[in-house]
Design a protein around this ligand. Structure first.
Ligand SMILES: O=C(O)CCC(=O)C(=O)O
Length: 321
């Protein structure tokens, strides 16, 4: 039944996705595996060998100290590593093909393994730098902000106080194109300038109605840059001017420290993983974030809601049997 539902949306079959982004991997079907078979049934050593091919990050000039200091004081900053040029180009091309050739949401890029491999690699890098173990959550989104539109409105990813040296919840945002001030870069209110946060009596924060007078910083980024912020930092995606060089494309991840609270969000599936499970995860992201997004059609929302509901129904049936 679920198989049938997967393909009710004509653009969501693995062959169609492979045709749209031939340089990426669907369902763990890495090029060196015959007949495009997944790896989920293979041994751990084979899996590790496959993952070892994947080095999507390069170390940057910004030091560990700079990264951890800006996180501790401002709650946000660039990671001291960036994404390799090839991987940035492949992911950006995939997002653009999904949106422009198949009318799918940018977030469909998470049907491929590579974004998750990148998320896991960033999680390991952040863990090593902050001296705390972070896990990647099943919580992700992708943007293609076209000129004349803007990124997400101001919000916090978490509304309670977090540990500033090693926040329990981190947002990770990866630029797949340049994201300059005129091309929808991220804006943040640094925690040390956020009146709500500097009031140490206060433990729950909100989003002020008037932002004009609030000090904020534009975090202009180049393609491949990785920004990390404590989830309770007030942030938003700026406007992409009509004169900008092109759309701003980016992907995001969420990392949770150890077993910290994360609103019931499960850990991300380790790649490679079966395509059906990727579809489930994609449907969950659409249900969580997709409504009202310009690149998410009503057909995709309907499909995602049906898939999530059917999964829930199947789970309930299994519990009652
Ligand atoms: O890219 C954007 O416009 C918003 C990003 C964001 O709000 C987030 O990653 O939480």
């Amino acid at each position: 039944m679920l198989n049938a539902l997967a393909y009710l949306h004509p653009q969501l079959g693995p062959e169609r996705l492979r045709a749209l982004a031939p340089s990426l991997t669907v369902a763990g079907a890495h090029a060196w595996l015959p007949h495009g078979r997944g790896l989920s049934h293979r041994s751990e050593s084979e899996r590790k060998r496959w993952l070892a091919h994947e080095r999507p990050l390069t170390q940057d000039t910004c030091t560990t100290q700079t990264f951890s200091n800006s996180l501790a004081t401002e709650g946000a900053g660039p990671l001291n590593a960036s994404v390799t040029r090839d991987r940035v180009d492949d992911l950006e091309a995939a997002v653009s093909a999904l949106v422009t050739k198949a009318s799918l949401p940018a977030c469909a890029v998470y049907l491929f393994d590579e974004p998750w491999l990148l998320g896991h690699a960033i999680g390991e890098h952040v863990s090593a730098n902050l001296g705390a173990h972070y896990i990647l959550l099943d919580d992700a989104w992708a943007w293609r902000v076209v000129p004349g539109t803007h990124g997400w409105a101001p919000h916090r990813g978490w509304y309670d106080r977090l540990d500033s040296r090693a926040p329990e919840l981190l947002n990770v945002w990866v630029a797949l194109t340049d994201a300059s001030v005129d091309r929808s870069c991220i804006h943040v209110v640094p925690l040390n300038q956020d009146a709500q946060y500097t009031n140490t009596e206060r433990h729950h924060f909100d989003v002020p109605t008037a932002l004009e007078d609030i000090p904020h910083v534009a975090l202009a980024a180049s393609a491949g840059d990785v920004l990390v912020w404590s989830a309770n930092v007030l942030h938003w995606g700026g406007p992409c001017d009509l004169q900008a060089l092109g759309p701003r494309v980016s992907v995001s991840f969420t990392l949770a420290r150890g077993s910290s609270p994360c609103d019931g969000v499960a850990p991300a599936l380790a790649p490679p993983c079966p395509f059906e499970q990727r579809l489930d995860s994609f449907a969950r992201q659409i249900v969580t974030y997709g409504i009202g997004q310009p690149d998410v059609s009503d057909a995709v929302i309907l499909w995602a809601k049906a898939r999530v509901m059917l999964n829930q129904f199947t789970k309930n049936m299994q519990h009652t049997q």
